[in-house]
Design a protein around this ligand. Structure first.
Ligand SMILES: [Zn+2]
Length: 269
C-alpha cells in the first residue's frame, strides 16, 4: 500500500511538468507608418473605398513560446528611422526600430530564434537581416522574387542557412500546433498569415490578406495582388479558419484591429 502511494505521488509530481504547456505571450511592435496618397485606387481594384489619403500602421509581432521567440514581420528598414521616404504613391516612415523595442523588454537580437515573414513587400521585410542567426520562414515564391539588389534576405541565401520555405502547405512553427503559419497565396505568390493560440484565446495575424476593415467587409482585392482568384480562395479559407478557431482577427495595417492587442510593452497572454 505504502509503495503504491509512493508511486502515485511520484507520478503526480512528475505529471504536471511533462504536460505543462509552454508559456505563450504576444507583443505588438511598431514597425512604421505608411501615408497612402490615394487609398482607394491604391488598394481597391473595384474602387469601392472612400477617396482621399490615409495613414496606416505597419505592425510587427513578437511571440514567446516557452524559451523560444518568433518575430512575425519586420517592417521598414531601420535606416528609415526619423525620415519620410517618398515612394510615389506612398510615404514611409519609422519612429522606433525593432531592436530598440526588444531592448525595452530585456531581449537582444540574438534572442530571436525564428523570423516569420508574411510576404515579400518592403513594409514587412525591412529589418529581417538584423536577426541573421534566426531561422527564416517565408514563402518560397516570395523568397525567390526578392533575390538581387536590395535583397532583404541576404543572410539566408548562403548554403546551409536556417531556412524553411512555404509552398502549398501550412507550417507548424514549434511542432505543437500553438503557432501555425497559414498558406494563403494571392497577395503575393506564397503569402501567409499566422495563427497564435494564447491561453486567453486564438489570435489570427492577417499578414496582408486585408489592409483595412472595409477590405474584409467587401472582400476587396488590391490591383497589385499577384492573383485575384487565389486571393478570393485564400479569403474564403481565412474566414472559415477564423470562425472555426473563434479567433480574434488582427488586420496588421488596420488601427482599429491592432488596438485590440495591449500597447507595447504589455503583452497578450
Ligand atoms: Zn503591408
Amino acid at each position: 500500500m505504502r509503495k503504491w502511494i509512493a508511486a502515485a505521488l511520484m507520478f503526480a509530481l512528475a505529471a504536471p511538468a511533462a504536460a505543462q504547456a509552454p508559456k505563450m505571450q504576444l507583443w505588438r511592435l511598431d514597425c512604421g507608418q505608411i501615408l497612402i496618397k490615394e487609398f482607394n485606387s491604391f488598394f481597391s481594384d473595384t474602387l469601392e473605398y472612400r477617396p482621399g489619403p490615409r495613414t496606416i500602421p505597419a505592425s510587427c509581432y513578437l511571440i514567446r513560446h516557452g524559451d523560444d521567440y518568433l518575430l512575425w514581420d519586420t517592417g521598414y528598414p531601420a535606416s528609415f528611422k526619423g525620415k519620410e521616404v517618398d515612394r510615389g504613391a506612398a510615404v514611409a516612415s519609422l519612429r522606433v526600430t525593432i531592436v530598440e523595442q526588444l531592448a525595452q523588454i530585456g531581449l537582444k537580437p540574438a534572442d530571436i530564434d525564428v523570423v516569420g515573414i508574411s510576404h515579400m513587400h518592403g513594409d514587412h521585410t525591412g529589418q529581417a537581416a538584423e536577426f541573421p542567426q534566426a531561422k527564416l520562414v517565408v514563402g518560397k515564391g516570395d523568397f525567390e522574387l526578392t533575390k538581387g539588389e536590395r535583397d532583404p534576405f541576404g543572410p539566408w541565401r548562403a548554403d546551409g542557412a536556417k531556412l524553411e520555405l512555404m509552398h502549398g502547405a501550412d507550417i507548424d512553427m514549434f511542432g505543437d500546433g500553438s503557432v501555425v503559419a497559414l498558406n494563403l497565396p494571392g497577395h503575393t505568390p506564397d503569402h501567409m498569415a499566422l495563427l497564435v493560440k494564447l491561453a486567453s484565446g486564438n489570435v489570427l495575424l492577417s499578414g496582408d490578406m486585408y489592409h483595412s476593415t472595409e477590405a474584409r467587409q467587401i472582400k476587396g482585392v488590391p490591383p497589385f495582388n499577384t492573383s485575384r482568384a487565389e486571393t478570393l480562395a485564400s479569403i474564403d479559407r481565412f474566414e472559415r479558419l477564423a470562425k472555426h478557431w473563434n479567433a480574434k482577427v488582427i488586420i496588421q495595417h488596420e488601427p482599429a484591429d491592432i488596438a485590440k492587442l495591449p500597447a507595447f510593452p504589455e503583452a497578450a497572454q
